[in-house]
Structure formats: C-alpha cells, structure tokens
Design a protein around this ligand. Structure first.
Ligand SMILES: Cc1cc2nc3c(=O)[nH]c(=O)nc-3n(C[C@H](O)[C@H](O)[C@H](O)COP(=O)(O)OP(=O)(O)OC[C@H]3O[C@@H](n4cnc5c(N)ncnc54)[C@H](O)[C@@H]3O)c2cc1C
Length: 256
C-alpha cells in the first residue's frame, strides 16, 4: 500500500511562548512534530506492517523541519519529503494545501494520514482541503481504522461519541487522540533513519509558481491571553461572605 503522512513541525505549546510584534519568537522555542501527526505516523507504520508497502512522510516547511522528518523516519517511516518554499512568506492554509496538492498530483495513493488539527495554527483545514483538491474521500478525527479489500472501516470521534463509517480507498483521514499510543524512536531506529531517503523539493520541482501558492489570508495580529489576576478569598461567616460577594460584584466586577 502507498501510505503517506502529512506532518507539520510546530512549536511546543507546552513550553513558554514569547510573542514579539505579533510573531512567535522562534529563537529558544522548542519545536516538535505536531502531536496529532504523531498518531498519524504511528498508524501509518501499523498499517504498513499489516498490509505491506511503504510510508512516506511529507512536510511543507523550511530546512529546520528535517529534524522532525528524521524523527518520523526513526519511528519507522520509510521515506521523507520536504516541500521547501523560502520564496513564500506568511503562507497560510491555502499555501500549505497548494504545495501538498502539487506534490500529490502524480502520486498513486491508498491512504493519506494527517493530524486532526495543528496545535499552533489550529485551523484543522489542511487535510480536508487537500482531499478535496485531490478528489478523494476524507474522514476527520478518526480513532480507529481497519482496511480490507480496498475499503476502510473507520471509527470517528463526534464530540465524545463514535460514528462508524466505511469508505473506499483512496482516503485521507485525520487522527484524533485515542487512535493509538505513538512509539518512541528506538536507538537502532535513530541510526537507521540517518540513511533513509529525505528528498527536498522546491516550487520548480513541484511545477508551481509563487502565485499558485500565494496566501489567501493575512494574519493581522497575535497576542497571548491577559495574565490572570490572583483570586480573592472572602472570609467570615456565610451571611457576611454573601454580603461581601454581592458588594464586590456590584462595585468591582460591575456585573450586577
Ligand atoms: C510556504 C509557507 C509559509 C508559511 N509562512 C508562515 C508564516 O509566516 N507564519 C506562520 O505563522 N505560519 C506560516 N506557515 C504555516 C501555515 O500558516 C500553516 O502551515 C497552515 O496554515 C496550516 O494551518 P494550521 O496550522 O491551522 O494547520 P491545520 O489545518 O490545523 O493542520 C491539520 C493537519 O494538516 C497537516 N499539516 C498542516 N500544516 C502542514 C504542513 N506545513 N506540512 C504538512 N502537513 C501539514 C498536518 O497533518 C496537521 O495535523 C507557512 C506555511 C508555508 C507552507
């Protein structure tokens, strides 16, 4: 089977993030594989081990993303592709989808796995947009996938409930938490990953002009939520507390 993973390098949102002039300060930020994409890589490896074929991991980004691609290779993916695009600044979902669609247009695909959402951009658009562009089925937010005779039986998370679907291949799916437990790269895996193929393609290789991938949206600002004020503990007996609370709601919070 031809299995692909679309994978994003993101900054680690568990770490402290600094914003300067509406941009995330990348110096000193920790970068990781988007956590939902780790589920996608894991599931791709499991499907390959069960059905044969190979797993190719594809990232649109800059050369820094080679590190995360090597991590996916160390987990067990067979090949990696970096769609590099230094010419385009401020790319958006459309840009990413355009680069990916150009890459996939001449590929024989059985399954493409991606993440449900990127923990930084958070639009959840890239997977469905790409499937639409390629004219293939897609199912978002999956928690299980089994493939037999060209049909994928899928469980999908719907706000905590499950929906069961059967879909013909080729299909693009996006991974939800609970799909699996991603493996850590082993030491032999890390050694092997150094020798696995990592191909870099630019806009010319993809037969794309800059205009074909120009962003359709502009981010005008980014800011962190305001710091939380310390809470206030009201002392005294219940009657006093209630009186004080009502007083504060009127005079400080001004909500009654
Ligand atoms: C040329 C270029 C320039 C960019 N410039 C900027 C910039 O200046 N500032 C900025 O903040 N962002 C930039 N980006 C990032 C871009 O805005 C996001 O990658 C894009 O909008 C995806 O949206 P999202 O993060 O909401 O992903 P979502 O749609 O939430 O992601 C869902 C899933 O789609 C897949 N996916 C998402 N992004 C990628 C990717 N890059 N490669 C492969 N798979 C992916 C993953 O499987 C992911 O889990 C740039 C991207 C490109 C390609």
């Amino acid at each position: 089977m031809n299995i692909y993973v679309i994978m994003k390098r993101t900054f680690d949102t568990e770490e402290k993030i600094q914003i300067d002039n509406g941009e995330v300060v990348e110096d000193g930020a920790e970068f990781i594989i988007n956590p939902y994409d780790e589920y996608a890589v894991e599931e791709a490896i499991v499907l390959r081990d069960e059905h044969g074929g190979e797993v190719t991991v594809v990232t649109a980004g800059d050369e820094e993303a080679e590190k995360e691609l090597r991590t996916a290779l160390a987990m067990g993916a067979d090949k990696a592709v970096l769609l590099e695009n230094e010419e385009i600044e401020d790319g958006d979902t459309f840009t990413t989808q355009a680069l990916l669609a150009a890459y996939f247009k001449d590929k024989e695909v059985d399954v493409i796995l991606g993440g449900n959402v990127a923990v930084d951009g958070g639009s959840g658009q890239v997977g469905p947009r790409l499937a639409d562009q390629l004219g293939i089925n897609h199912v978002t937010s999956i928690t299980s996938i089994k493939i037999e005779n060209g049909t994928a039986s899928i469980e999908k998370d719907v706000e905590g409930d499950q929906m069961m679907l059967e879909v013909q291949l080729p299909v693009l799916v996006t991974a939800q938490q609970g799909l699996n437990e991603p493996r850590y790269p082993s030491l032999p895996g890390i050694m092997k990953a150094k020798k696995k193929p990592l191909e870099t393609l630019d806009l010319d290789d993809l037969d794309l002009d800059e205009d074909d991938a120009e962003p359709k949206t502009k981010t005008v600002d980014r800011f962190l939520p305001p710091e939380k004020q310390a809470g206030k503990i009201i002392e005294g007996g219940t009657d006093d507390q209630v009186q004080e609370l009502v007083h504060l709601l009127k005079t400080e919070a001004k909500v009654v």
